[in-house]
Design a protein around this ligand. Sequence first.
Ligand SMILES: Cc1cc2nc3c(=O)[nH]c(=O)nc-3n(C[C@H](O)[C@H](O)[C@H](O)COP(=O)(O)O)c2cc1C
Length: 261
Amino acid sequence: MHENVIFFWSGTGNCLDMAKNIAKAMGGADLISLRKKPEVTDVRSAKRVGFVFPCHGGGAPKDFLEHAKLLQVSPESYVFGVSQSASYPGIGLSDLNRIIPLNYWKAVTHQCTCIWLFPHQLMVPLMTPKMAQKRSEKLSKKIAADVLAGKVSKREKPSRVFLNAGENAAWPMIVKLKAKGFKVSDKCVGCGTCVKVCPRGNIQLKGGKAVIGTDCIQCLGCLQYCPAEAISLGKVTDKREHYYNKNVTIHELTSEKLEVR
Ligand SMILES: Cc1cc2nc3c(=O)[nH]c(=O)nc-3n(C[C@H](O)[C@H](O)[C@H](O)COP(=O)(O)O)c2cc1C
């Protein structure tokens, strides 16, 4: 195992892209996916252990936290967390810190992938994908430099905003209701991209057409990656430009482990 290990969760590539860039700027790392139950859980030999994950509904994706609970991290390791969001980081870093204490953490923004709510450019600050990507790459270098220098965050623990905690508690119910609005149109050619990118195994091909089940955590990977734009959620997503991070391949997104050297 590499002395640097970064665990990632990513629905549409922004977080995996950042994890890759941090790893590169650190001189290399093993990247391990927490989208599914990880095969590698014992990382006690790693010198530095990082986590890069998005904010979903005011907090980290539930699967990410459940899978983080399975990990064995040495108290001697330097541990860092990066939470990505469109505007506010929510309680994800605070929740992670309760499972694995963090030495250093950072909240960063990128394009908004929740396009049933906002167009993807509606992030803070307002930016096009090209600008946001450039900024993300610059921030990745800064985070890597901080990590290599062993920087420790000034606050004792990441903040926990009461409003975000409430939003995140209601999130599973919102997702369940919202998921009823998924539709697959006749444009579906049965290519299976959605089946591949769904972290929950919630999509099947039946009669050459995608059928979305009820076990959705709403990363929106299926909708955003669909090459035929055949998947919609509610009334607005058909009208909005789709978005996923072009620097990440579907193979990388769905890999259990990547080596960045
Ligand atoms: C279903 C869903 C919910 C989201 N909720 C929030 C949120 O509560 N606050 C926020 O600022 N961004 C939110 N976002 C935006 C993502 O955190 C952000 O776009 C992130 O870069 C996505 O990372 P990924 O491409 O690695 O999945 C949400 C995105 C999705 C898909």
